[in-house]
Design a protein around this ligand. Structure first.
Ligand code: G6Q
Length: 559
């Protein structure tokens, strides 16, 4: 039966008419226990979801939807390693990567707990050598800079985490991230580096990704231009991959390869050896704290009843707005400058996971699935797109994430940051009525005619839902928990929407298409194989390229 015809779904459609009759502001006015009922406290984290268009009945019905969708069973299947990634026939076991060792979980005849422990030990030893300075580069100097070359899941997670946890870095190493095929990315990074003291980590699950391999070759060429001897590569290049054959083929020493497994999805891989750059930058013990935080959230997700389960609650609220209010996007606003890459990270996690429309039986679903995820840190965002959140015609639910503790206490800065965060969620919820605007304008001395012209523009409808996620301190443990909470939120939504959150055929398409056009841009013949637009674009690039080559050779012959 189609999801939209299920009893739980129909009950929610019907119930929405009731909810529409009241604003969140009205609900707060007559429910003194609203915050207590609609908030969950877990360790040093609070999820306040009271500023949502919900009643207790809404939550009951949404929880019923989760139960009837089989979230409980699917959750067990995921943790037990069943191949729930059904289009790729793979287990989904990023949760095993952060589980303390000493358990047995068999995948393809191997106890993965032992496998994971082996690689963690290898990472630990490597980190100790590099950080202590024992590991020497080809001229006998210690490593000062680590460059992670990877893209997508092999970049966004480590980049976001190292930025978020800057205050926890040991300070002995700088870390850099190169992802884009645009040569400017690697060239700008290399400009600041010395090959004698630089370590490159080539991070690629498949070790076939065009961007990563091209950037890695450029790094290799840059390194050899000074180091000359190929044998020095082993002192300056490491690889993180599932593809040993390709790593060796590239010329990276086997001993410098950190493996992981096909049951770790790219966007879920920061917990694996893809996190090597994190461990090097923070120190291995901090990396372990990150894993511990994520594991604690896994336990919460596994064991708490749905009504107290943070990822489940976030997932259900997301479904409430996406499917019953037609909210096409969801904003994420961290009030923490260190989390400036968090929205970009969540974009991949959520949109690559739930940007799907075909169910397990190959049927196209007739309900909306993953929304557009977007955001920027507050307070910057307030001076940019918040206008649309407050007064635009669309409903855009938002998550506000804020730590109580500042890593850089400085005068009133942090109090002001908190005040802004809380004021925004209050304003989005309450809005400003015509009566309030009228009183304001009248106090400011406006006459009736001017007031009339301005009134409607200054009214805020309010009733705009937000979640506030308050953490005491954004430390490695809490960040691990926060990321895992969103991972599980995405999982729960995928289960309810009946899609596979763990494949990414859209990404694969991009990888294939660029391979066809590259030789055409480099060809001397006019290209006619595509539509008129694509042909014209390719031919312009081709002509521009040919002219540049001609000019360069003319200059050479002049000299
Ligand atoms: C993530 C995706 C994708 C992937 C990149 C890099 O879930 O699969 O973002 O991480 O395309 O792939 P490689 O790690 O194989 O280079």
């Amino acid at each position: 039966m189609e999801l939209s015809r299920s009893a739980a779904w129909s009950a929610l459609v019907f119930h929405k008419q009731e909810v529409d009759k009241k604003t969140i502001r009205d609900m707060f006015a007559c429910e003194s226990d609203r915050f207590v009922r609609f908030s969950v406290k877990w360790k040093e984290m609070l999820l306040d979801y009271s500023k949502n268009r919900i009643t207790s009945r809404t939550m009951e019905l949404l929880l019923e939807l989760a139960h009837s969708a089989g979230v409980d069973e699917k959750r067990q299947q995921m943790f037990q390693g069943e191949p729930i990634n059904f289009t790729e026939k793979r287990s989904v076991l990023h949760t095993a990567l952060r589980r303390p060792s000493g358990y047995v979980l068999d995948v393809d005849g191997l106890n993965i707990a032992d496998e994971i422990a082996d690689v963690l030990l290898q990472m630990k030893n490597f980190c100790e050598e590099i950080i202590s300075g024992k590991w020497k580069g080809y001229t006998g100097k210690s490593i000062t800079d680590v460059v992670n070359i990877g893209i997508g899941g092999s970049d966004l997670g480590p980049y976001m985490v190292t930025e978020a946890l800057k205050p926890f870095a040991h300070g002995g190493l700088e870390v850099h991230f190169v992802s884009n095929i645009d040569g400017s990315h690697i060239r700008e990074t290399l400009k600041r580096l010395d090959p004698q003291t630089t370590l490159f980590i080539i991070a690629s699950k498949t070790f076939t990704t065009q961007e990563t391999l091209t950037n890695a070759l450029t790094a290799r060429e840059w390194f050899l231009a000074q180091a000359v001897e190929e044998e020095y590569i082993k002192k300056h290049f490491a690889a993180v991959s599932t593809n040993q054959e390709k790593v060796v083929e590239f010329g990276i020493d086997d001993a410098n390869m950190f493996r992981f497994w096909d049951w770790v999805g790219g966007r879920y891989s920061l917990w694996s050896s893809i996190g090597l750059s994190i461990a090097l930058y923070l120190g291995f013990n901090r990396f372990e704290e990150l894993l511990a935080g994520a594991h604690a959230m896994d336990e919460h997700f596994l064991n708490e009843p749905f009504s107290q389960n943070m990822p489940v609650i976030l997932a259900l609220l997301g479904i409430w707005y996406r499917n019953f209010f037609d909210a096409a996007s969801h904003a994420v606003i961290p009030y923490d400058q260190y989390l400036h890459r968090f929205p970009a990270y969540l974009q991949q996690l959520d949109m690559e996971s739930n940007g799907k429309r075909v169910d397990e039986n190959g049927h196209t679903v007739n309900h909306a699935t993953g929304p557009v995820i977007w955001g920027e840190p507050g307070t910057n965002a307030q001076h940019a797109f918040f206008q649309l959140l407050h007064q635009g015609p669309d409903l855009i639910p938002a998550d506000f994430i804020v730590p109580l503790k500042s890593q850089n206490p400085s005068g009133e800065h942090h109090d002001m940051l908190l005040a802004n965060c809380f004021a925004q969620t209050e304003a989005l919820m309450k809005g400003k009525t015509e009566q309030e605007v009228r009183a304001e304008l009248s106090d400011a001395g406006y006459d009736e005619a001017d007031m009339h012209k301005l009134l409607k523009h200054k009214v805020f409808s309010g009733n705009r839902p937000t979640n506030t996620i308050l953490v005491q301190e954004l430390n490695p443990f809490m960040l691990g928990s926060l990321i895992a909470m969103y991972e599980h939120k995405v999982f729960v939504q995928g289960v309810i929407w009946r899609i596979n959150s763990f494949d990414q055929w859209g990404v694969e398409l991009g990888k294939q298409l660029a391979r066809t056009i590259l030789p055409e841009i480099q060809s001397e013949e006019a290209i006619t194989a595509h539509d008129a637009s694509t042909n014209a674009l390719i031919n312009m690039a081709r002509t521009f390229r040919e002219e540049n080559i001609r000019k360069a050779s003319a200059q050479l012959s002049f000299f």
